[in-house]
Design a protein. Structure first.
Length: 454
């Protein structure tokens, strides 16, 4: 990757903003509540939080440290660090995973665009629970409209990458993200005042351990990698632009804390509302897009709240799509061995993504919804494949690669601190990476696949 395109990252705040921008997105506000709703509420939350501490923290720190050490983005970093091409496949695996994520992520970003438009036009105002559900389905079956809605964010992201202004967007998000947080706090207060919200809070916060099946654990682990954008080596890119004196532990901790706060807050808005309005928590991917309009209608300044919320959600999604599409752009440039420049690569990626996103939209509408594999359409298949299998697998490979095969001296790649109270950090970190992360992921896999019973 050309360093020049990322200029502006050379400040501490820049890296934190970019990493947090990549992490916080639809994964927190759309995916987390729907996964929690389908997988036992409180039980899912507990496992999720455990995974964040056990997997998210060591992996995020490592990725940033690798980047800082290698001073290079993902692909070249693997080669530079291992000194051979043996681990190159991991780079390609990441790129493939990111590509699949990008395809369905833009579809959901398109839903945001659609609801932003509806918020402006005030068209979901006054709808009840059932109406909101049929309204969503009606929207989805309008393929041309949904394709246009999904292509708009593809073009926005491509434009941002083309002009190399992503650091500008991240700076903008410094103002907008706190606003999103504020908006979500106001919404949660409103929701908690609704009759019957207690049931939702209990569903989300008091774990029913009988719900804790192997597949719930697998989904929660996958969701942790997805939400933190961790395990694919993506954060290596951000580490590469990190000033040497920046405290990696602190930066990762801040990113993780912010990401988790946003996810939990999304749950605090969605679940009380689900029970108060009579939705089904296991509604699936459409969950938040039917519940949020219901909540927003009940806010004071309803129109303004709706427009503000969906605008902020769209920006949060964009800072994530920037980080996703950037990987694809860089991969194409690497693949062409320098024959294609950044602009060519942005054009090619945008074209391919537009086609793939359209196919994903069509897979959900009447036209192609008959085409199913394992009982899922293409959209659900991409979503599940990535979250439950591909991301945990690459996180496993990454921890083995770094923990066991890295020829560098440990010193460079583990966080260490002069402060005495932080002395435990280094051994704990090495131990987590070498043993806890790989063994736990393998056990979760075997358990989830029914090969091994925990
Ligand atoms: N973490 C983002 C979210 O929660 C999604 C995302 C952006 C992502 N970049 C990624 C996920 C890279 C995996 C890998 O919305």
């Amino acid at each position: 990757m050309e360093q020049s395109n990322k200029s502006g990252f050379n400040s501490k705040l820049g890296v934190i903003l970019a990493a947090a921008g990549s992490a916080i997105g639809l994964g927190n506000i759309w995916k987390f509540p729907y996964e929690a709703g389908q997988n036992g509420g409180g039980a899912f939350l507990i496992v999720y939080l455990l995974c964040v501490i056990l997997f998210g923290m060591p992996l995020l720190m490592t990725e940033m440290l690798i980047g800082r050490k290698a001073g290079k983005a993902t692909f070249s970093a693997f080669r530079a660090i291992s000194g051979s091409n043996r681990w190159q496949w991991l780079g390609w695996w990441s790129a493939l995973t990111v590509f699949i994520i990008t395809c369905f992520y833009f579809v959901v970003t398109g839903w945001c665009v659609n609801y932003l438009y509806e918020a402006v036009a005030n068209s979901y105002a006054g709808m009840g629970t059932d109406e909101l559900l049929t309204h969503f389905t009606a929207n989805m079956s309008n393929a041309p409209k949904m394709i246009i809605c999904a292509i708009i964010p593809v073009l926005c992201t491509a434009a941002i990458l083309w002009f190399g202004v992503s650091s500008g967007i991240e700076r903008l998000s410094k103002i907008l993200m706190p606003l999103l947080l504020l908006m979500m706090i106001l919404m949660s207060i409103r929701v908690l005042m609704l009759d019957g919200s207690g049931t939702g809070l209990r569903f989300f916060f008091s774990p029913d351990f009988s719900q804790l099946t192997p597949s719930v654990v697998m989904k929660a682990a996958g969701q942790c990698f997805f939400s933190l954008s961790v395990g694919l080596g993506l954060m290596i890119t951000y580490g590469a632009y990190m000033p040497k004196e920046q405290d990696v532990t602190k930066t990762s901790f801040q990113v993780i804390l912010l990401d988790t706060i946003v996810a939990v807050l999304a749950g605090v808005i969605i679940f009380p509302a689900v029970f108060a309005f009579g939705f089904d928590p296991a509604e699936g991917p459409q969950l938040v897009f039917v519940v949020l309009p219901a909540v927003l209608q009940h806010m004071s300044f309803a129109w303004l709240s709706g427009v503000a919320f969906f605008t902020l959600l769209f920006i949060a999604a964009l800072t994530s799509t920037i980080s996703l599409m950037e990987v694809i752009v860089v991969s194409i440039m690497e693949l062409s061995q320098g024959k294609l420049n950044r602009h060519h690569s942005v054009l090619i990626s945008a074209a391919v993504i537009c086609v793939m996103v359209s196919i994903h939209v069509l897979s959900m509408t009447g036209l192609w919804s008959g085409l199913q594999l394992f009982g899922h359409n293409l959209f659900e298949l991409s979503d599940t494949l990535v979250t439950t299998y591909m991301m945990p697998f690459s996180a496993l490979a990454m921890s083995l690669f770094i923990g066991w095969f890295m020829p560098f001296q440990d010193n460079d790649l583990v966080p260490h601190s002069q402060k005495r109270y932080k002395q435990w950090l280094r051994p704990a970190f090495v131990f987590a990476l070498r043993w806890i992360v790989p063994i736990a992921i393998i056990l979760i896999f075997l358990n989830g696949l029914g090969i091994f019973k925990l």
